[in-house]
Design a protein around this ligand. Structure first.
Ligand code: DQA
Length: 149
């Protein structure tokens, strides 16, 4: 059974009250519940964690080595600033999908640069909660394909 770690970055604990016109009305708990439902359907295990701290996210990525098969991460604002998170993903070499609720490419120019995308398998942005669901599906398909090749 595949084990997937889902990391949510800063301010995502405020989903539901935070800029609902941009991020929608669903809470982090409801996103985690949607992923849990999908995990049961696909017979995989998903563990979700959120942190507002860059170093804590780096530590969790490091600790995922050997314990998880892949990573789904919404680095939130750290997407646009964090070489440390990028380096941690490179270091552990876990297949990683970058997720955003909003379409960052239709927003301010500072959101249009990702330090993470270059070390990720791919990026899914703009589909709200469904961005996470699509990311899990893409990651599982990738893991299944690489297992058989
Ligand atoms: C976000 C987009 C980021 O630019 C922003 O800083 C966030 C959320 C998203 O999910 O759309 O906090 O990652």
């Amino acid at each position: 059974m595949f084990h997937i770690l889902v990391l949510h970055g800063p301010n995502l604990n405020l989903l539901g009250v935070r800029e609902p016109d941009v991020y929608g009305s669903c809470t982090l708990a409801s996103i985690n519940a949607a992923m849990e439902k999908l995990a049961q359907e696909l017979t995989v295990q998903v563990e979700s964690k959120q942190s507002n701290l860059e170093g804590e996210l780096v530590t969790w990525i490091q600790e995922a080595r050997g314990r998880f098969d892949g990573l789904v991460i919404n680095p939130a604002a750290y997407t646009h600033t964090s070489i440390a998170i990028r380096d941690a993903i490179s270091a552990v070499a876990l297949p990683t999908v970058e997720v955003h609720l909003s379409n960052v490419y239709g927003r301010e120019t500072f959101r249009q640069q990702s330090f993470i995308a270059g070390v990720a398998l791919g990026q899914i942005a703009g589909f709200g909660v469904n961005s996470y669901v699509l990311a899990i599906r893409a990651l599982i398909e990738h893991l299944q394909t690489s297992m058989h090749s």
